[in-house]
Design a protein around this ligand. Structure first.
Ligand code: ADP
Length: 504
């Protein structure tokens, strides 16, 4: 009885459901993908019913051959910053705009320039950026006035799902805190922001804690998922915050660094904190845990771009002898000394989010001489990603105090030297974690806390064990401090050039 728990993660490209045992071991996984709709330039949307169906299907898939009475709970992680409008019967009036939707760029820019965006960020923790539902709502108000007037509620994808489950509009504080409308310090919708939009709080869901247990779920929904009425449905949180929780980075001063295609730094802190210059986010994990950090656009994609553009020969050679496509480039990294003979790369191939929040930024090699070889260029690319992470890391550290421990995950960790470079640049002890399903697991941990199975979110689980640990190499520290300083100067110096490119 009650041996299992299901964590569901509603992501940008797919929804995942995972069945865990009490040790946190993932026993069964199911996922269902969907496509992002882009009916106009900058528009990035999803059909909310496609996502709701994906949630139901993936839960049903992991429930195959599992007796319903053995599943104690289902708990939910969801992407941040999604927004849709629904009518009085809960029917969608819009598609679900996702975080990548850029239609409200002009609003975020105007609020950024006037300083009002910074003031709002300092109360809400959500950076002044078009991803924020606040600016998406301003766009709706001006461009879809009828819908804006008529909408009964403005909600995220998770609230849409919960309404289908139990007929109530409920938003967990974690998802709410990524809307730009939630005041971190009062724990509710921000009165001034609501006034600015001309909307009453009743047009939004009731804010509940991340451990909140949903009221009774409709019988037909339970049947569709293969569950019965005894299973608890827990609100859960947003994916970034739950990734920290699921990977055990939940004590003060413990950071989680993810470097996949893009990257992120997220540090847990026991109070809400915001930055005087609006460079990092602060989102809610629980009543006394907040996640402070920032996303970077250019993580592993830098290495991928370099391989595809300059490393095709190495890739073909590696693959022809049965090695991984990066194998020879990985060797170049090891064969080059720290600092790549004073070669810097600025990795902004995709513009940048934290800490610059500037879509016009571009990549650049700086310091090239005729002595530099392809090996230097390869290592410089990897070092550039570590500098980009460090630029967020240092700001977060200035807000929360010393960061002693860093948990790292993502594709970048496939190469031990890459992880060691990151360790040297950050000057912190690193642990690599294998748990790639941390958002789903984080949701389950909230569920266990809610039902009293565990007493603290800091409980350690066998299945989330460390794979490898790294300490900074003293002999590399001075080199990386000097180059990080030059990197920061190079970025600042090139900002007007990037602006010039953008003007055309
Ligand atoms: P996603 O963010 O799409 O989930 P992953 O966590 O799978 O991504 O990471 C993918 C990234 O991992 C790629 O962009 C790739 O450059 C990087 N990667 C793959 N192999 C290596 C390696 N040997 N060293 C460093 N980075 C690597």
């Amino acid at each position: 009885m009650d041996r299992y728990a299901i964590g569901v993660d509603i992501g940008t490209t797919s929804t995942k459901a995972i069945l865990f045992d009490r040790n946190g071991t993932a026993l069964k996984k199911a996922f269902e993908g969907y496509t992002i709709l882009s009916p106009k330039p900058l528009f990035r949307e999803m059909n909310p019913d496609t996502i709701a169906d994906a949630v139901i299907h993936t839960i049903r898939k992991v429930m195959e051959d599992v007796p319903p009475d053995e599943v104690q709970l289902v708990s939910f992680s969801a992407m941040m910053h999604s927004l849709l409008a629904v009518d009085g019967n809960g029917r969608p009036l819009t598609n679900c705009m996702i975080w990548a939707d850029g239609r409200s760029t002009a609003y975020a820019r105007t609020f950024g320039e006037s300083g009002e965006g910074l003031a709002i960020y300092q109360r809400t923790g959500t950076p002044c950026h078009p991803m924020s539902p606040l600016y998406k709502l301003m766009w709706l108000r001006d461009y879809q006035q009828e819908i804006f007037q008529k909408a009964a509620k403005f909600i995220s994808i998770k609230e849409y799902l919960f309404y289908k489950f139990c007929g109530n509009y409920l938003v967990d504080a974690s998802v709410a805190s990524a809307t730009g409308l939630y005041n971190l310090f009062t724990g509710n919708w921000d009165t001034e922001v609501l006034q600015l939009l001309g909307l009453k709080a009743s047009r939004f869901s009731e804010v509940v804690s991340t451990t909140f247990r949903l009221p009774a779920v409709h019988g037909e929904m339970l049947a569709a998922m293969g569950l019965d009425a005894h299973t608890a449905f827990i609100a859960g949180g947003s994916d970034g915050c739950l990734a920290n929780l699921g990977s055990g980075a939940v004590t003060n001063g413990t950071a989680a660094v993810t470097i996949g295609t893009s990257g992120a730094v997220r540090v847990c802190f026991d109070k809400p904190v915001t930055d005087s210059r609006g460079r990092v986010f602060c989102y809610v994990l629980s009543e006394d845990k907040y996640i402070v950090g920032g996303p970077i656009n250019n993580g592993g994609i830098v290495y991928q771009w370099f391989r595809n553009t300059f490393g095709q020969e190495e890739q073909a050679h590696a693959e022809s002898v049965g090695l991984k496509s990066y194998a020879y480039l990985d060797r170049y990294i090891e064969e080059t000394p720290p600092g790549s003979h004073d070669l810097l790369f600025l990795p902004f191939l995709m513009g940048e989010r934290a800490p610059y929040w500037n879509a016009d930024m571009r990549g650049a090699f700086v310091g090239v001489t005729d002595a530099h070889t392809k090996k230097d260029f390869t290592r410089a690319c990897i070092e550039s990603v570590c500098y980009a992470i460090n630029s967020v890391f240092q700001i977060v550290a200035s807000l929360v105090g010393e960061i002693g421990q860093v948990h790292v995950d993502g594709g970048f960790t496939k190469n031990a030297e890459c992880v060691h470079i990151l360790c040297d640049v950050l000057n912190a002890d690193l642990s690599v974690f294998e748990n790639t399903e941390s958002a789903c697991f984080g949701a389950v941990i909230l569920g266990w806390k809610s039902l009293g199975v565990i007493s603290s979110l800091e409980t350690r689980f066998d299945a989330a064990d460390t794979v490898d640990t790294y300490q900074p190499r003293e002999q590399n520290r001075a080199c990386y401090d000097r180059l990080f300083h030059l990197y920061t100067q190079a970025v600042e110096g090139l900002l007007p050039v990037f602006e010039g490119f953008a003007k055309k």
